[in-house]
Design a protein around this ligand. Sequence first.
Ligand SMILES: [Zn+2]
Length: 172
Amino acid sequence: MTQGKKKKIDLTGVPYYPYFKEIIIHHTATPSEKKYDVEWCRALHLGKGWSDIGYHLYVEADGSISMGRPLHKRGAHCSGRNMMSFGIAFVGGLKDGEPTNTLTPKQREALVACIAELRKLTGKELPVYSHRDFKATFCPGFDASKEDWTPKKDVRTRNPKRVRKTDPGAVS
Ligand SMILES: [Zn+2]
């Protein structure tokens, strides 16, 4: 996919590290603000001497999705699991300086889209975990493994109001 911010994501044909078998969700441990965009995070991680941003996908405060580290490279997001996990981070996790679940509905929708695309790409029902399943951390502020990440698209196709029939008089 091309660089840039979008609400949807298409990972069709994107090369990925073949041993990735799970997804780990993170927050950035920042307030949920626009300034903490993917380039902010990349600079932060490069500043630690890392080769690139630690996460593969990055959901910004407004729910837009950005590519982080290429999917065919091991990330740097969860010690001991980087060789087997895609890492997705969303901006947030702090409110008034306190660790909080700050995930917004738009960000949740973006996470659903990211997870669905990674599952489609790999052809596997990749399980979803929280960073805190593997480390003593608050991150990401909720139990990602207990959430239902199934996209709601089935509802749309079943809803007859959303099915557009061709106007019989229309010229096609
Ligand atoms: Zn984390």
